[in-house]
Design a binder for this molecule. Structure first.
Ligand SMILES: [Zn+2]
Length: 173
């Protein structure tokens, strides 16, 4: 290709009034804007998967297994992704796994996590089940992590009373 391209007419942009900002959220979650709150709401009123968080609060990482065909899904579901049955049981998952891949968040951290940069995130293959989970990896600086190393699953509480899981690498190598 050579030569200058002919100038194309600029598309005419429609204009519209910008809607007023949404009111600030109040209550337990404080004034954190909802759209920037990346952890899920966990109560019975917010999700049909509240049991997942209840169990996680007790230190149990779990998911759903289909009663009909035994499919273990991740993340937990309200219906089986294979046969669409709604009859599911909660099953505990292994608390250990292997780091399949990882990366580091060096900037642009989610709201409230700016002070924690840099931090590691990774994909972990849980031991004994065909599931690969994404999550934070803690325990050592990200520069000292290695693909293939063992990690442990742990739950932790957020300041607003929610719970989530993360992976912990061994303290030293
Ligand atoms: Zn099924």
């Amino acid at each position: 290709m050579s030569g200058a391209r002919p100038a194309r007419p600029r598309p005419r942009l429609e204009t519209a009034a910008v809607p007023p900002p949404a009111p600030e959220r109040t209550g337990d979650a404080g004034a954190v804007p909802f759209l920037l709150d990346f952890l899920p709401l966990q109560g019975e009123r917010d999700t049909r998967l509240a049991r997942f968080y209840e169990r996680l609060k007790a230190g149990r990482l779990s998911t759903t297994r289909c009663r009909r065909d035994g499919t273990i899904a991740w993340p937990p579901r309200t219906a089986c992704p294979r046969c669409h049955a709604a009859e599911l049981d909660w099953v505990d998952l292994p608390s250990t796994g292997t780091l399949y891949a990882f990366s580091a968040v060096l900037g642009g951290a989610p709201l409230g996590m700016e002070a924690e940069v840099p931090f590691a995130v990774g994909l972990v293959d849980l031991d004994g089940v065909p599931l690969r989970l994404f999550g934070r990896v803690v325990g050592r600086p990200w520069t000292e992590l290695a693909v293939g190393e063992p990690v442990a699953v742990e739950s932790y509480s957020t300041p607003d009373g929610r719970v989530y899981y993360r992976f912990r690498a061994g303290a030293s190598r």
